[in-house]
Design a protein around this ligand. Sequence first.
Ligand SMILES: [Zn+2]
Length: 257
Amino acid sequence: MMQLIDTHSHLYSSKFSADVEEVISRAKEVNSHVFLPNVDLDSIPQMLDLTGRDPGFFFPMMGLHPCHAFADYQEVLDKMRPMFEERKYYGVGETGLDYYWDKTFIPQQKEALRIQIEWAKEMDLPLILHCRESMDDVIELVREGQDGRLKGIFHCFNGDARQAGEVIDLNFMVGIGGILTYKANDDLREIFKNLPLDHIVLETDSPYLPPVPFRGKRNESSYTKYVGEKLAEIREISFDQMAAITSENALKLFGLI
Ligand SMILES: [Zn+2]
């Protein structure tokens, strides 16, 4: 079987601490690369620890997740920015806007996103975007920042056809994970039937949002297989074609080919 790329996985989460060796070995049967988005200052040591186990397999990124952007976001970002000089990070993120959990810090989330948009341009790195009940605002801020240099992924895309079109117009990738397999998501499958194939990348968002048949359980990177199978089925292409296209998209985006 051709290998796949998981462009978004929190495999360093404590949810994997009991059996991380097995999780990694299953991932290696399915994945060629696993990209690790950061969350906040506390997640950095765990992310770099996991990366250190196999630096040719795990690719860390650096940024502040919108659900962790609070009153002190500026201090946090001031600590993160110099870290890009200390080692290679493959992307900025994950950043974005989340209006689902808590609306208290929306202004701070927006400022943190604006700052990380500038980082992505300065350092020519992909921007990893999280949107929850906020996609139009994220699209607007990315459009404001897009001067031809910005690139990245709208991760775990769950928008409508208009929003998918806007993401493509912004020259961003659409990241798709387990939700593509959910019974209720016919509309999403219809969107992925029509999206240009050179704008789609696979992800899991492990440990969250596992594909069918693992709903309600812990997600892990090897489950990209189920997402990829569903995408191949929707597009009426072979698994190997799907794997070759989505892997090339990811490797180009992250500057690895
Ligand atoms: Zn994430």
